[in-house]
Ligand binder design. Structure first.
Ligand SMILES: C[S@@+](CC[C@H](N)C(=O)[O-])C[C@H]1O[C@@H](n2cnc3c(N)ncnc32)[C@H](O)[C@@H]1O
Length: 257
């Protein structure tokens, strides 16, 4: 039941306009569902994705490079970091330079539906999407696109949130209303977990991990503060701190060798 999607251009304009407000609340990791601190979350991503020294890493939706800078500090890797927002490209480059990481992190403007326009086919060992495929107007195209730019045997890590499910029709109606409101306000197209897993497999990947974010302690406080501060009615008139309507999943999948 998807009524509307947002084009990559819509999403770029949204982040150009809202980047400063995101940074004011989220710091440099723009994720709703986190571990209790950013380091713990991003170390967990490194572990799930199995990122090792010497690898070429693609951040397919980098925000202002909080995750890419963290990974480049923890591992001796070459990261290509892509965002569709020109404002974020500038800000990400500034932060990468300030951190002295320009030798490890390269920031480029691009659309994750068309990654081969930005990086070479079969060029990366590992790619990741952190709360970003939820913006895709065509996730199947985005998955085929990342498949193309990974080396044989390369991995993709996808951490995202999805439409909650209830066997009670009244509860499902509440979930659906909240999802529609959140989509509209945050320029998202929230999908179902089963669809995403099927699309990952149909793109050619072998799924190795599929589980709710496996960190010891969740935090969604930044997301709540974001909605409070900017008066965002993401739960369609309900209290967004006590209305639960999203599932989450981290997926690790491998391109066959
Ligand atoms: C919620 S933010 C997450 C940013 C980053 N992954 C992080 O954890 O801080 C979503 C990001 O996805 C990027 N994005 C959305 N659609 C995109 C597209 N079609 N191509 C590339 N980046 C995209 C946005 O520009 C933004 O940087």
């Amino acid at each position: 039941m998807i009524d509307e999607t947002f084009t990559a251009e819509d999403v770029a304009t949204y982040y150009d306009d809202w980047n400063e407000r995101y940074e004011a609340v989220f710091g440099d990791v723009f994720q709703h569902l986190k571990a209790s601190d950013h380091d713990e979350l991003l170390d967990h991503v490194i572990e799930v994705a199995g990122i090792s020294d010497g690898e070429s890493v693609l951040d397919a939706s980098c925000g202002v490079c909080g995750p890419a800078r963290h990974i480049a500090r923890r591992r001796d890797v070459a990261v290509t970091a892509i965002t569709v927002s020109p404002v974020q490209v500038e800000r990400a480059r500034e932060l990468v330079t300030l951190d002295g990481l320009a030798h490890r992190v390269t920031v480029r403007l691009g659309d994750f539906h068309h990654l081969a326009q930005v990086v070479e086919p079969a060029s990366h060992d590992v790619a990741y999407f952190l709360e970003s495929l939820v913006h895709a107007h065509d996730p199947e195209l985005a998955l085929r696109s990342v498949f193309e730019v990974l080396k044989p045997g390369g991995r993709v890590c996808i951490k995202d949130f999805y439409r909650g499910r209830s066997s009670e029709p009244a509860e499902q109606r509440v979930i659906d209303e909240c999802v529609e409101a959140t989509n509209r306000i945050c320029h998202l197209t929230i999908r179902n977990t089963e669809d995403m897993l099927r699309w990952v497999a149909e793109a050619g990947f072998d799924i190795e991990v599929s589980q709710p974010l496996a960190v010891p302690m969740y935090s969604i406080e930044d997301g709540h503060e974001f909605c409070r501060r900017y008066d965002l009615d993401v739960a369609a008139g309900r209290d967004f701190t006590t209305t639960f309507y999203l599932d989450n999943l981290e997926i690790l999948a491998r391109k066959p060798a």
